[in-house]
Design a protein around this ligand. Sequence first.
Ligand code: SF4
Ligand code: SF4
Ligand code: SF4
Length: 265
Amino acid sequence: MDEKKAAGAARAADQPEAASAMMEASQPQPGAAALEARPQPGAAALEAQPQLGTAPRSADEPDAAPQPRPAVSRRAFALGAVGFAGLFAVGGAGVAFNGERALLRPPGAQDEDAFLANCLKCDKCRSICPQDCISVGVLEDGIVNFRTPKMDFRKGYCTFCDKCTQVCPTKAVLPFDENVEKIGVAVIDASQCIAYEKNGCQKCVDACAYDAVHLDDAGRPVVDAGVCNGCGQCEYVCPSSSFRSYSGSKNRGINVERSAQGGTR
Ligand code: SF4
Ligand code: SF4
Ligand code: SF4
């Protein structure tokens, strides 16, 4: 276990993408002289509406040229965009949007409602994790999940060192008993597992420190969902993605899933 921890600690932490917004520059309006309107029959009845930020036009100006678009509309747009971005930042748009992914949370953050209510998205847990197994949610994960911490066992696995719990300023990540609680449960993906195609690989079996994976009579890995705590070490060591780099699947032969009951798919 010490060698595995040391290997995990050596990997550099990735930096979250910084969100940015750019406001498109407004286009100048055609000159009034070029667009001077010809008097039309019934022009008085089609009097233009007063423009925001401009003086009201009088009824005896039927041939008035089109007015420039008021800057206030651009300001309103910008304020709206800022407000929307604010919703992204605090997760407040969750009521309006669905499609949130069920993410694997750091150990001790499995009560999703309590976690989302308390997490500040301050990044402290990700920054301190010596195993580099905490990542952050991207927009693909959903608006509420955006920039919240999630487990990523492609870069490391959890050793239950408790550092993320200790550094969390709001107790969104609580103390965790690795022998009782679960981050998730490992599930075999038979379409990706090397042992399902040809025997010989048992890296997940050898890596699991909790004896939660064993080989069946056919030499294929089977997860004991009751024992697995979702530490992610099996997913981390599984070589299937390099073996099957042509497959296009994001899965490895074994993957920890949040709501899974274990098993093989
Ligand atoms: S307990 Fe937290 S800080 Fe420690 S390895 Fe697991 S996720 Fe990282
Ligand atoms: S390490 Fe991956 S490919 Fe190898 S047996 Fe386990 S799940 Fe299958
Ligand atoms: S099966 Fe995988 S996730 Fe589950 S305890 Fe073993 S190494 Fe950890």
